[in-house]
Design a protein around this ligand. Structure first.
Ligand SMILES: [Zn+2]
Length: 311
């Protein structure tokens, strides 16, 4: 069913999500009949080749009608449509691979955070996108309002309640979370959670609460986790983080106070000087080697530019 050799013709171009096409069921059906490419997910793992150079697999699927609940992701620059599908109904990895006429000599389903092969930023973005939607489908199998089963609509971007008296439409969720590098003149503030590998510290982070501005969340989270008060909160950039469904919003913040009171969520939080921060960056780069996390980018930016924002 799958065409492994064609699927390895990477790199990928940026995807056109073609959101306006999702309601055009006839157009979607036509895309499915024209050997589209698929990103397969199985039990929250992504599919990678096991060749010497491990790569993500985007499989060309000539008989896509066999695939349950395909999710339309968009159209690649070469005109080929890209879909995602979750094979988690197959109870073992071997069964999921066999459905794709693959076996463990050719491919494996691997948790994305553990993948240690080659991954371009475009590939990473597409794997995140597919994983996020597959996770949401799994979470939204039942209506949150009335409890009846849901069915996908709009090429998998809506989950609709099957109870005619309810009719609720559910949309994919993304939870905004803040992640921030707090700094003083020549130190930055890093913390660690008890379940992280030994010796790993990273930026503080926390979810935005209902009714809260994101800058208020930065201030509150830093205060809760470290006792430090901050000012000059400056936006840095964002990163989808589909573990399971966050959007990380990165900030720099300047410390106004120095004395740390470690909050309940962290095992430890402390100030790092430039050389210590460089060493921690090196350790963090080994943690999720292919994901170039926004935490790393924040620390790297601070290390490289010695940003102080000191007024
Ligand atoms: Zn309902």
């Amino acid at each position: 069913m799958s065409n492994l050799s064609a699927s390895q013709s990477l790199p990928l171009e940026i995807l056109d999500r073609s959101a306006h096409r999702r309601r055009e069921s006839e157009w979607i059906r036509r895309q499915l009949s024209q050997s589209p490419e698929f990103i397969f997910v199985w039990k929250e793992c992504n599919l990678f080749s096991t060749a010497q150079e491990k790569r993500p697999l985007f499989l060309e699927v000539p008989d896509a009608a066999r695939i349950l609940n395909p999710i339309f992701l968009g159209v690649r620059a070469n005109g080929v449509s890209l879909f995602a599908a979750d094979l988690s109904l197959r109870s073992t990895e071997e069964e999921a691979l066999a459905f794709l006429t693959l076996n463990t000599d050719l491919a494996r389903f691997v948790p994305l955070r553990q993948f240690d092969g080659m991954l371009s930023s475009e590939e990473r973005a597409l794997l995140f996108y597919a994983r996020a939607l597959a996770h949401w489908h799994d979470e939204q199998r039942f209506c949150g309002r009335c409890g009846h089963p849901t069915l996908p609509e709009e090429a998998g971007h809506v989950m609709a309640c099957t109870n005619p008296d309810c009719g609720a439409k559910h949309f994919p969720r993304t939870d905004p979370a803040t992640i921030m590098l707090v700094h003083s003149i020549d130190h930055c503030l890093l913390g660690r959670r008890s379940f992280w590998p030994e010796g790993i510290y990273s930026t503080l982070a926390g979810f935005v609460e209902p009714g809260e501005r994101v800058e208020e969340a930065v201030y509150r989270e830093v205060k809760e986790e470290s006792g430090i008060e901050v000012k000059n909160i400056r936006y840095f950039g964002s990163q989808p983080w589909p573990f399971p469904q966050s959007l990380m919003l990165g900030f720099f913040a300047e410390a106004e106070t120095k004395d740390i009171i470690c909050g309940a969520e962290l095992e430890d939080v402390r100030w790092f000087d430039l050389s210590e921060a460089k060493e921690m960056l090196r350790r963090l780069e080994g943690r999720f080697p292919q994901l170039d996390t926004i935490a790393r980018r924040l620390i790297r930016h601070w290390v490289e530019t010695s940003i102080t924002f000191h007024g």
